[in-house]
Design a binder for this molecule. Sequence first.
Ligand code: ASP
Ligand code: MG
Length: 413
Amino acid sequence: MAITVQKFGGTSVADAEKIRRCASRAIEVFKKGSQVVVVASARGKQTDELIADAMELNPDPPKREMDMLLSTGEQQTVSLMAMAMDAMGHKAISFTGSQIRMITDGAHGRARIQSIDADVIHRKLDTGHIVIVAGFQGIDAEEDITTLGRGGSDTSAVALAAALKADVCEIYTDVAGIYTTDPRKFPSAVKMGHISYDEMLELASLGAGVMHGRAVEFGKKYDVPIHVRSSMTDEAGTLITHEVSQMEGILVSGATIQKNLAKIGLIAVDNKPGNAAKIFAHLAGAQVIVNDIIQTEISSEKANISFTVGSADLADAKKAIEEIVRQVQCQDVFVRDDIAEVSVVGVGMRSHCGVADRMFKALAVAEVNIDSITTSEIRISCIVDLDDAEKALVAVCEAFELDKPADERTSPG
Ligand code: ASP
Ligand code: MG
């Protein structure tokens, strides 16, 4: 029998009326002949409110206690959802993460899922229940409650879909799907019908906040089709799957702009074995997450090294660099925090030429200066002045016709 996993996010279950709407959506799918597992997040802003409650009592709360507290948000939603289904005359049962043996490591606040006992769920599905599981939470080897990090219910849902070998994992949210870019910054952005896991992973790492990146990784690893769609309408959203051949014909599927970035450069570092290793080991030791790294040799003895970090890590990164430059000999260090990164993503660029020049030309016409460029197989990113961020995004979106559905764009050269 088909199995559908449906995940409802916080805004979709914010009040009784919305919970009822989600409950009837699940029942509808059940009536069409699929078994249904619902994964739910805490209602509305409840997780934020619980965090604020904690901060009032202790600005640095023990992480174990924080997870005890935050997991209650999801526990409320799932029991309420089961009650709503019961009132509609449907058999439903809710479970916490611990009841379905959602085992994680012990990293409170950012735990990783290790295993799930699908049997508990299958038994209830086989007796005609809709099973409702609290997202975002698990237990570690000591039976302590853990949470997966903000937005983690997506990951719970996809992991459950994988464990149950579900046919699809539907992620219900307050937007209609994944857009070619953020519609708040480029209002004519369009919803994508289909996108590959790899593209979605790039977009998620570039801060397109629609889905938890780890959820997409799970989907890719266990081959779970993920359907991101609106809880307000029946309209299809965006399907995330493995790459299919028609995706290759699409040059660029999406564009992003990332602010809250900073760049640190080391000028004329002694170019000898071990120096880059020393610099980045020191940054890692300071728990700094480094994004793009560029090194270029400027003479046989000297090289320039620069890298970007999130603004939140800048203070730690600066401190780490000040410590390490004493060992690696460099002429100068510069820091820029007035930057933004504009990126385009698309599997089509693997097999088509002319993507980079089209992007650079668009930025040139808009008179946006490019500070530096980095690429992956399916992404091109340019660092630009923060003041040019909006202009750069619009120029790139227009150049790749991201205001049109993929099949209406000028075909790639
Ligand atoms: N309730 C949690 C959060 O707000 C998990 C989630 O929504 O996915 O981050
Ligand atoms: Mg969420």
